[in-house]
Design a protein around this ligand. Sequence first.
Ligand SMILES: Nc1ncnc2c1ncn2[C@@H]1O[C@H](COP(=O)(O)OP(=O)(O)OP(=O)(O)O)[C@@H](O)[C@H]1O
Length: 315
Amino acid sequence: MAELAIETRALTKQFDRHLAVNDLDLQVGAGEVYGLIGPNGAGKTTLLRMLATAEEPTTGEIYIHGERLKRDRTNSSLKQRLGYLPDDFPLYDDLTVWDYLDYFARLYYLREPKRSRRLYEVLELVQLTHKRKSQIATLSRGMKQRLSLARTIIHEPLVLLLDEPVSGLDPIARMQFRDIIKSLHEARMTIIISSHVLSDLEDFCTSIGIMELGYLVESASLQQLYQRLSHQHILIGVFGDVEPLINQLKNHPRVEGWEIIPQTEKVRVKFSGNPENCADLLRTLMAANLAITEFAPAQESLESIFLKLEHKQAS
Ligand SMILES: Nc1ncnc2c1ncn2[C@@H]1O[C@H](COP(=O)(O)OP(=O)(O)OP(=O)(O)O)[C@@H](O)[C@H]1O
């Protein structure tokens, strides 16, 4: 893995007799978008709050870019590198978008002319430039969430911690939020984003971690997950008789099974392998002079992969 942006070692948080986060070793590489999935009460918020120094760990350690993070006053510059969007942060309805962001920029000691420049920059990024003079009360829910994100990044943090930022947003608002996350990812920010629904995160995360009952039960890059578990189907069509196709399939080491689709000249093939193996199968069929009319690999969704891992709640 590249340089670690976030690392926790045996991180634990206990509330009375309840372990909300349990002996957690998390590693997030610099520049990753790490999706943290888990059902209600799994410990996601508690973990993010500890990473944001809003909560004191009971035991264990946190490192940000290799530097030990503490809640005391010893490392204020390190804390400046963090941006935290809690799931319930209030907005001030009476303020305009501009005044709200300006207020937070001042809290971070941004001075003019840099402050205005930065405000325009973040407004552009969250697509709210045209709303800068509007009162917050008049914004849609999606716009309010984008404004909250703008506040969270106003001081150009290196690490962004987002607690369920898309829950409650409609599909279009989600898509807009996702596009902004993609831009932040391109700008090499490291992002942890939590949700209790995998499908919210799957298409823009580079890694996924699953929490259940305070434990991190899975943590891997998307690529690793696909490689580890991906069994795919390939729909193959031939012109004419399917028998010669079946004979070829029998001899291919990556073919695990097949099913002839009734009343068609198509076969659904169960296949284990990467895209290169897939290309190899197609080459073999062509070399055998089969009249292929269709060759359509379909990758399994992450959701069904997780169901196989039996993290049913998280899916
Ligand atoms: N301040 C607190 N005092 C006591 N218990 C707490 C406190 N904060 C969290 N907990 C408990 O710790 C557990 C983990 O809660 P947490 O909010 O971290 O989960 P979560 O995964 O973020 O869930 P959600 O999706 O509901 O936000 C829960 O059982 C919760 O009741």
